[in-house]
Ligand binder design. Structure first.
Ligand code: NI
Length: 182
């Protein structure tokens, strides 16, 4: 397994739309394993292939405290959604930014599992939020897109300033990582 580099806002590659996976083969399974390793190493609870610069509709999630309940969703689609919930979100691709986003409270998603078999996931609250956040990534959308124009302009300025700093500084481990980086 290998850890992959995570793209960070405002990298334009985060805006590209991912393509459906045609066949769930060993390459896809290796990518999913690498994505899980990358997500766990970054203390995240979700990661989409778009974030590691792969344009395939694959996402991984683990919201468990013990970090031992991985979900891998290939070609995920939300087929049912109800209710609304507003919760604080963060994102591995948008470091140090947390804000409230409104999403469906309960969802049902269809996807292919690692054997290429059709499967379904019913989710509510955090897991439901996580699935919606990750599917957004596959569509080139970021949680900051839901924030006000003013807030987004400020974030962009801050992010650009940060990316101009020296590499050594950027490579330092992040402090105070939240458990809700999705
Ligand atoms: Ni994210």
């Amino acid at each position: 397994m290998a850890r992959l580099a995570i793209l960070e806002y405002p990298d334009k590659r985060l805006r590209l739309r991912a393509e459906p996976v045609g066949e769930v083969d060993s390459e896809v399974r290796t990518l999913a394993a690498d994505m899980l390793e990358t997500m766990y190493a970054a203390a995240g609870i979700g990661l989409a292939a778009t974030q590691v610069n792969v344009r395939k509709r694959i996402l991984v999630i683990d919201i468990s405290e013990a970090r031992n309940e991985p979900h891998v969703l290939i070609n995920p689609e939300i087929v049912f959604a109800e209710g609304t919930v507003s919760s604080e979100e963060g994102c591995l691709s948008v470091p140090d930014v947390f804000d409230y986003v409104e999403r469906a409270e309960r969802i049902r998603a269809t996807y292919l599992d690692l054997d290429g078999e059709p499967a379904e996931l019913e989710a509510e609250d955090l897991l439901a939020v996580c699935v919606q956040h990750e599917i957004d990534h596959l569509d080139g959308k970021l949680f900051v897109d839901y924030l006000s124009e003013l807030k987004r302009q400020r974030l962009k300025k801050k992010a650009l300033k940060k990316s101009r700093r020296s590499t050594s500084e950027a490579d330092r481990p992040r402090q105070a990582i939240s458990a809700r980086l999705i």
